[in-house]
Design a protein around this ligand. Structure first.
Ligand code: BTN
Length: 331
């Protein structure tokens, strides 16, 4: 309802929209309209009440409020249920709790900041207030547990397509799910799953997008390897639009997998990959080796041709891409 009110006020521009018109178009009483307007004001929307004329939306807060997200969203079901918080330890943790309580397929948990943002391989994720998109999506796919990595690859494609719409952004996917821009980390994806024998209960896809993170506040240990969309675009970027675009892409790709299988998504993943065709160093749980990344297989595993000529499929672990000869460390 609040999303629709914002939509109508936005369309009205500087012209006031009367309470009567809103109540007619939304088929609710004028008192209900008034209550929603008060609630939007309390959320930080600057809505002017022009006597005898109606309401004008003067400014929206730079917050990822559900009403804002919904006005930008084109999905049929994904993100129709949004759990918004200003602060949380980790959106993945909160999403897992809501999933355990039986939330809808397609629930999105969004926070302005994370106090304990989680990265892959037990690392942290820097998530300062209102500078990025820190969110988690709950999916309940009819896949086998061993196919869960498909959701991660699918999410990587959804995100890279959304960020590459911005001027100056030409990001690529580093296997399995890092999104890099000029070799620096723009986006991280952490997928967690609850499953039992032969069945996935739910998957939580946690996505962290550095949108407008000022370089000056990035901790020293990641300063040289992190980048924001705004750095490349050379201006602050509207966070809500990127978030809505990711959710739109995610739903489209997910439905395409359900209808046509995984091959088309894999083809897109390959198109955006900066790992394939590169010399890589694989730090697997039980060994470290180097080789050429030749492909990803139909389950999303990285196929590496080792220096001794044998082929290995990488399930888990850390993969670094070898830099151009003589330039130092792996990225
Ligand atoms: C990585 O190490 O690259 C993965 C980082 C994933 C960060 C996101 S931010 C939203 C979600 N909540 C978390 O705690 N982590 C993920």
């Amino acid at each position: 309802m609040r999303g629709r009110i914002l939509e109508i006020l936005r369309a009205g521009g500087a012209e006031p929209v009367s309470g009567e018109e809103l109540s007619k178009r939304l088929e609710v009483s004028r008192t209900a309209v008034w209550k929603h307007i008060q609630a939007l004001k309390a959320e930080g929307y600057d809505i002017e009440s022009v006597p005898k004329k109606g309401y004008v939306l003067k400014a929206a807060p730079d917050r990822l409020k559900p009403a804002e997200i919904i006005t930008h969203l084109k999905t049929k079901w994904l993100g129709h249920s949004i759990h918004y918080v200003e602060s949380v330890d980790s959106t993945n943790n909160l999403a897992k709790r809501l999933a355990e309580e039986g939330c809808d397929n397609g629930l999105v948990v969004v926070s302005e900041e994370q106090k304990g943002g989680k990265g892959r391989l037990s690392r942290g994720w820097f998530s300062p207030f209102a500078c990025g998109n820190w969110f988690s999506v709950v999916l309940k796919p009819p896949f086998l547990p061993q196919e869960a990595s498909k959701c991660t690859l699918l999410a990587a494609v959804a995100v890279v397509k959304a960020v590459n719409k911005y001027k100056g952004v030409n990001a690529a996917i580093k296997w399995p799910n890092d999104i890099l821009l000029n070799g620096k980390k723009l986006v991280g994806i952490l997928t967690e799953m609850s499953a039992e024998f032969g069945k996935i209960n739910y998957i939580v896809i946690g996505i962290g997008i550095n949108v407008n993170v000022p370089h000056s506040i990035v901790p020293d240990d990641i300063k040289d390897c992190a980048v924001s969309v705004a750095d490349a675009a050379a201006e602050p970027v509207e966070r809500v639009q990127i978030l809505a675009d990711v959710l739109d892409n995610l739903e489209e790709l997910y439905e395409s997998v359900l209808q046509n299988g995984f091959a088309p998504v894999l083809a897109e993943w390959r198109k955006y990959s900066c790992t394939l065709g590169q010399q890589v160093k694989v730090i697997a749980p039980d060994e470290t080796y180097c080789g050429l990344a030749v492909d990803i297989d139909e389950d999303g595993l990285l196929v590496v041709k080792k220096e001794d000529g044998t082929t290995e499929k990488v399930i888990a672990g850390d993969v670094s891409i070898r830099p151009a000869a003589g330039t130092g460390k792996y990225a």
